[in-house]
Design a binder for this molecule. Structure first.
Ligand code: GUN
Length: 294
């Protein structure tokens, strides 16, 4: 079997198509959705992500600005900027790109963003609401995966879904979302992590495997059930002398062996990545709507 590719670019374009009417309507009502992205330092991967977010906003009628700060920026200065953005009625979404330099406490910064503008869904209020199954800003990558399920009619209900990785950004919120009694969720969830004795014991029983470990070759074809769905969140930069830039991006799956056994798989790039950005734009439009109604 050769797995069907789940194309995140196609799903993202469908999201943008649906968002267009909402954005046009907001503009007619005198509200221009506006996302502010803050990046501290010059981590090349972060810069690429931020550029992609900005481009997606521009292309889809959302105003966006990127504030680039030097690596030496103090926590106090960054908190000052967040406070300014919180109070600026033109700004609907605030995103601080992670990771931040070591001398800045990320939790302090995230907690300073008003939850109503937290389009990343990282604020403890939004995290708590997500865990409780309440309406909130859902973190973009988990929301994007759920959207892929919906688009391709991959039904998690009653399925055994294994998440590999327990990060606050992907593994934990996605596991929480998937165990809820809601549409495109309602799965039996297992979370594997660095202390799991035998990951393959779990993945061999999985109908859906979600990879968010951050290491290439975390999942190989011999670890999965034939026909299962593999969602690969990994974005790992590996050296490749043949590639134009000297590197290429790979996921957490050993793609060549997994594609022979799985029924469906998201490619890297072009799978989950475009969906993360699409959900960010969706959250920004939602923030603009809620703040404009106030
Ligand atoms: N760094 C890696 N992924 C993300 C994300 O989704 N949001 C932010 N703010 N930083 C990140």
């Amino acid at each position: 079997m050769i797995a069907q590719l789940l194309d995140g670019r196609i799903v993202a374009n469908a999201v943008y198509h649906d968002l267009k009417n909402e954005i046009d309507q907001l503009r007619e009502d005198g509200c221009e959705p506006f996302l502010t992205v803050v990046i501290v330092g010059d981590d090349p991967a972060s810069k690429t992500y931020v550029r992609n977010k900005h481009r997606a906003c521009e292309k889809n009628g959302i105003r966006s600005e990127t504030i680039e700060l030097p690596a030496e920026t103090t926590e106090a200065d960054l908190l000052g900027l967040i406070s300014e953005l919180n109070g600026n009625d033109d700004v609907h979404g605030i995103l601080v790109q992670l990771p931040l330099p070591g001398h800045i406490r990320e939790d302090r910064i995230i907690e300073a963003i008003v939850p109503e503008k937290d389009v990343d869904g990282f604020h403890p209020v939004n995290r708590g609401k997500l865990a409780a199954g309440a309406d909130c800003f859902e973190p973009c990558t988990p929301a994007g995966i759920r959207h892929i399920f919906k688009h391709y009619h991959i039904e998690p209900k009653g399925k055994h879904l294994v998440v590999i990785g327990r990060s606050q950004i992907v593994g934990i919120p996605f596991a929480l979302m998937m165990m809820q009694k809601k549409e495109w969720a309602n799965a039996t969830v297992t979370v594997c992590h660095t202390a799991t004795a035998d990951v393959s014991q779990h993945t061999k029983m999985a109908d859906i495997v979600v990879l968010a470990a951050g290491h290439p070759h975390t999942l190989t074809g011999d670890m999965i059930k034939p026909g299962c769905v593999v969602i690969d969140v990994g974005t790992n930069r590996v050296e490749d002398a043949q590639a134009e830039k000297g590197y290429r991006w790979v996921g957490d799956a050993d793609f060549d062996s997994v594609k022979e056994i799985a029924g469906m798989i998201t490619p890297v790039p072009g799978g989950v990545g475009p969906m993360t950005i699409a959900m960010l734009l969706k959250n920004t439009v939602r923030a603009a709507k809620l703040l404009h109604q106030k």
